[in-house]
Design a protein around this ligand. Structure first.
Ligand SMILES: Nc1ncnc2c1ncn2[C@@H]1O[C@H](COP(=O)(O)OP(=O)(O)OP(=O)(O)O)[C@@H](O)[C@H]1O
Ligand SMILES: [Mg+2]
Length: 491
């Protein structure tokens, strides 16, 4: 691709980009949120028509727009935002809109063939007749990858395929990608998780503000070099220093049982403490968070906030008591995609800028702008719909809006999914600032490095049970990974 440009209104998403992909290579595409990665992916997959520039496939000038052309040229994509149709079954989804596939599928064999495909991405436990709606975000992502495997494509694109996945699932996805490349296919791999880059990519292309830097072989780079290329500066610390914890418990969870938990869960959170919950897909870690948020009615147990029992009956009830909750599924309950960024950011704390019931638009704007600036969300776009932001920037809005509220307890699921390294460090710092003000924070995350770096106390979950809870200092990465996988420690 040569001198490729694409503009959205006032935003230059791609500016004179040069990009080259060789047969059989895995090319990592890196860059800060909004740098243009997904836009390039959309151009290659024929969803977006570039304003200018030239594209060649096998040395011949080729038009990849619209997507039928791109598919004919052998391109297949797993997009950043999952595209499965929720009300259809898993098996139906695997064949949906897949040119040249449906003719060979008929109901008798459909489920059986779907089962085989699901197994290759580690979804053996999923019944092909399940409605896609009922899958978790991670399962939906794996389903997208299975969809891609149905197609016989020669250019495969993965736009942050592992953002929603835990270690074991990531292993599986990386193995699948390695196999595809070994078969001679070319792979473009977009991610914010740098360790993955060094495990599978042959070369790296970094995007900065819509421009591409010349590709470099991974063997000539290390993590620090890549970060500097991405940010244009060094990153000093990823995780801020821990503070002191209060003595009295802030939140006491006693014998909590809810859907997805097979054993009652008890633990406490002190003021200033970040408790990290981690486990594989379906481990129960996120069920605890959802129950505490009032999203899953508890079947047993009680929860005390500053010594007084609180109701987990509904989200409204917990919100009333000062419990902020940032969901893992931002598309479902994190953002209002059609609404402006400013409104999204102010939704949790709008009352605080409406003395006497009248919203002070000026105060609202000032506060929203301050949050946006902190997370490098373009403050000139406060009036634009959140849906027009890049994936990582949407996530920053979903997390950032709570940071302007004045909660007592903050619950977060996968808070930095898809967020670039610079903004991630900002989010961690902000959470520590809240701790210093006496907040208690519970983070459920499948990112081992995040759990270790951020938490004061870490609890592991396995099949609906809290298995071990210890201060962070008593964990090593190895011990944590083993505990999460429920394996014996090496002798
Ligand atoms: N439909 C759209 N309307 C307006 N602006 C858009 C639209 N799609 C993308 N953009 C803008 O184009 C720029 C590049 O976005 P893109 O999605 O390519 O970023 P990205 O590198 O994939 O980021 P991330 O890491 O957050 O996924 C961003 O400023 C984004 O807001
Ligand atoms: Mg993107």
């Amino acid at each position: 691709m040569r001198h490729l440009s694409k503009r959205y209104g006032s935003v230059q998403a791609l500016a004179e980009v040069d990009f080259e992909l060789r047969p059989g290579e895995v090319m990592a595409l890196l860059g800060e949120n909004g740098a243009g990665k997904s836009t390039l992916v959309k151009v290659i997959s024929g969803l977006v028509q570039p304003d200018s520039g030239a594209i060649e496939v096998d040395g011949k000038a080729t038009d990849l727009f619209p997507s039928a052309r791109s598919q004919a040229a052998g391109v297949a994509v797993v997009h950043q935002e999952y595209s499965s149709v929720p009300t259809m079954t898993v098996a139906e989804n695997l064949v949906l809109g897949q040119a040249g596939v449906s003719a060979f599928w008929w109901p008798g064999s459909l489920n059986a063939r779907a089962r085989k495909l699901l197994a290759t991405v580690g979804l053996d436990h999923v019944d092909p007749r399940t409605e896609v709606d009922r899958l978790s975000v991670a399962e939906k992502q794996l389903l997208e990858i299975a969809r891609l495997l149905v197609r016989d494509a020669r250019i495969l694109i993965f736009d942050e395929p592992t953002a929603a996945l835990a270690d074991r699932e990531i292993e599986r996805v990386l193995a699948v990608i390695k196999r595809l490349a070994a078969e001679g296919r070319s792979v473009i791999y977009v991610t914010h998780r740098l360790p993955e880059v060094f495990r599978i990519a042959d070369r790296v292309t970094v995007f900065r503000n819509g421009r591409s830097l010349p590709a470099k072989p991974t063997s000539e780079l290390d993590v620090d070099a890549v970060i500097t290329m991405m940010l244009g500066r060094d990153l000093e610390t990823m995780f801020p220093a821990r503070g002191t914890l209060g003595g009295e418990p802030l939140l006491q969870v006693e014998g909590l049982l809810a859907d997805g938990l097979s054993e009652a869960v008890s633990f406490t959170v002190r003021p200033g403490e970040i408790v990290g919950l981690t486990g594989q897909l379906g481990s129960g870690a996120s069920n605890v968070v959802m129950a505490l948020a009032g999203m899953l009615p508890p079947e047993a147990g009680r929860v005390l906030l500053a010594g007084a029992e609180i109701s987990l009956r509904s989200r409204a009830a917990t919100l009333e008591r000062g419990i902020a909750y940032c969901s893992a599924d931002r598309k479902r309950d994190g953002i209002f995609a059609e609404r402006p960024i400013r409104e999204n950011l102010s939704s949790p704390w709008i009352r605080s800028v409406a003395p006497g019931g009248f919203i002070s638009t000026r105060q609202e704007r000032d506060k929203a702008v301050a949050i946006a600036a902190r997370f490098a969300i373009d403050v000139k776009r406060m009036g634009s719909a959140v849906g027009t932001l890049s994936g990582g920037n949407q996530q920053k809005v979903a997390v950032g809006k709570w940071l302007g509220a004045d909660p007592k307890v903050m619950l977060l699921e996968e808070p930095t999914r898809g967020v670039d390294i610079g903004a991630r460090a900002e989010i961690y710092q902000r959470l520590r600032d809240l701790c210093a003000a006496g907040l208690g924070i519970i983070v459920s995350s499948s990112d081992t490095a995040e759990v270790l770096g951020l938490s004061d106390t870490i609890a592991t979950f396995y099949r609906g049970r809290l298995t071990t809870m210890r201060p962070q200092a008593e964990w090593t990465e190895d011990a944590l990974v083993r505990e999460v996988m429920h394996q014996e420690a090496a002798a």
